[in-house]
Design a protein around this ligand. Structure first.
Ligand SMILES: [Zn+2]
Length: 500
């Protein structure tokens, strides 16, 4: 029997606000434990939550960008469970009346690993089990608060300790729930990558998976190919990398099939992924929604997002990555690959576009951004905003290459000097004497010297070994430290050894 996997994701994304969702505590990451916690954060009696308006704007921004229907009225509910990192005994979330429903994401072609972006996508394009262009539907987007964090220490019963840090408790989140439309681990990873790209692009989330500001739960089941009914699902919790997500889902798919083929039954449960072992293991039996005894939070009025506010947010959305990618192809005649790579991050797309407009040569701008700019960002682990060469300065470098003032080999050195010194390309070329040597009277003596020194090579060329010719040109370029104009050197060389 052959099986088909059915996968849905639940993605938790921290909203990029300065303060928490229901109090004024900072959301900044990395503070000493419990430095950012107040009576609201830990639910002391009498403390009352007040909704953060900016958090709502960011949640609505994500919802309209993802094509969801934003509901005018949504309701905060208490999700009741006991856990030490949740001292109120409930999490404020949304349940029956979420902020938004519907919408979805079309999966793009996947970029290959030669991407220079810091968080560049891995994997290979077009593998089996993943179809570019597929539309993955969203079920809903709702707002909620994050819980605190438990830190465990020690293994023996006698010295086992748990520490509680409430800095995260009350950090604003959106939970994005997909329909079970995904059919392979790779498809799930691409979906997650695409959501991350859009959320970061919108300025809704910082995309920082190491710090937990973006994380993913995967619901996985299998069924015989052709079957309608869904199999029993398991949930893999809190996966915080694309690679682990793929591995965890692949492991679960294999495990489900194995259990079923051996006559067993899948137990509905929550599991965790152990990256070192490459396996998932059982964490607890899966709760059903009714276990949480959801009810509307009496401390919070219904959230009202009227049409005016929603339309205003819709109207101020930036051009989204997919639209911008298509425009780069149409407007600047860029190859598909360039356009996809340049639109991975909004700052990079802006940088490219500013450079292209100022130098008037989009393909040259694309080559520089995809090459030296992204390479430097990756090597130095910095964002585009920290690159010291402005688009105008890069356009200046491109212009003097086009004018023939410097060769493309020298241009790379000039770029490096611009990066380190902050000086302009023309300044560096003038000060360091890097201008290309184009006048024949300076180059001719060097050509002559090279010919005299390589009589044997000349003989070989005359005997028909044409490819040796490039060697001689290379010798002249070496003598000029890369500054000789290769075209003029070639012409002089041809004339000197009398080949047509
Ligand atoms: Zn607080």
């Amino acid at each position: 029997m052959s099986f088909e996997a059915v996968i849905g994701l639940e993605i938790h994304a921290q909203l990029l606000t300065a303060t928490k969702i229901f109090c004024g505590c900072p959301t900044a990451f990395g503070a000493p434990p419990n430095a950012h916690a107040c009576p609201v954060c830990v639910g002391l009696p009498g403390a009352l939550p007040v909704l953060n308006r900016h958090a709502v704007d960011l949640a609505v921004t994500a919802a309209v960008a993802l094509g969801c229907e934003v509901h005018e009225r949504s309701v905060f509910a208490r999700k009741n469970y006991f856990y030490p990192d949740l001292p109120k005994g409930y999490q404020i979330s949304q349940y029956e009346q979420p902020l938004a429903t519907g919408g979805g994401v079309a999966l793009p072609a996947r970029l290959r690993q030669d991407s220079h972006l810091r968080d560049g996508f891995g994997g290979q394009a077009g593998e089996a089990g993943y179809a570019a262009g597929k539309f993955v539907r969203l079920t809903r987007i709702h707002m909620e608060e994050d819980a605190g964090k438990s830190l465990h220490e020690g293994f023996a019963d006698s010295d086992r300790k748990t520490y509680l840090d409430y800095n995260r408790s009350g950090v604003p989140l959106i939970e994005i729930v997909s329909e079970p439309d995904l059919r392979s681990a790779e498809e799930a990873a691409v979906f997650f990558e695409t959501l991350r790209q859009i959320l970061v692009w919108l300025g809704v989330n910082d995309g920082n998976m190491d710090e937990g500001s973006l994380r993913c739960d995967a619901n996985v089941s299998v069924r015989p190919v052709g079957a309608e009914r869904l199999g029993t699902k398991t949930e893999v919790k809190n996966v915080n990398s694309f690679r682990y997500l793929e591995k965890a889902i692949d492991y679960e798919i294999g495990r489900h099939i194995d259990v079923i083929e051996h006559g067993g039954r899948i137990v509905q449960e929550t599991r965790l992924f152990d990256a070192a072992q490459g396996k998932t293991y059982s964490m607890r039996s899966k709760e059903e929604a009714h276990d949480y005894r959801y009810f509307p939070d009496p401390d919070l009025p219904a959230l009202v997002v009227d049409a005016g506010r929603r339309n205003q947010i819709q109207g101020s959305l930036p051009e989204l990555p997919d639209a911008r990618r298509r425009r780069f192809i149409a407007e600047y005649a860029l190859p598909e690959y360039d356009a996809a790579l340049l639109t991975q991050a909004r700052g990079v797309a802006d940088y490219f576009e500013a450079t292209a407009r100022q130098c008037g040569n989009p393909k040259a701008a694309s080559n520089w951004v995809m090459g030296e700019v992204l390479r430097n960002m990756k090597e130095r682990a910095i964002d585009i905003g920290a690159v010291p060469i402005t688009p105008g300065a890069l356009a200046g470098l491109i212009a003097i290459v086009e004018q023939g003032t410097i060769s493309s080999t020298v241009a790379k050195d000039v770029f490096a000097k611009m990066y380190d010194s902050g000086r302009g390309a023309a300044d560096i070329v003038a000060a360091d004497g890097l201008a290309q040597i184009s006048d024949s009277s300076s180059l001719a003596p060097i050509v002559r010297r090279v010919i005299e020194a390589h009589a044997d090579v000349i003989a070989e060329i005359r005997a028909g070994k044409d490819r040796k010719f490039q060697f001689l040109v290379g010798q002249v370029m070496k003598e000029t430290k890369g500054k000789g104009d290769p075209k003029i050197v070639t012409d002089l060389m041809k004339a000197a050894i009398e080949i047509p």
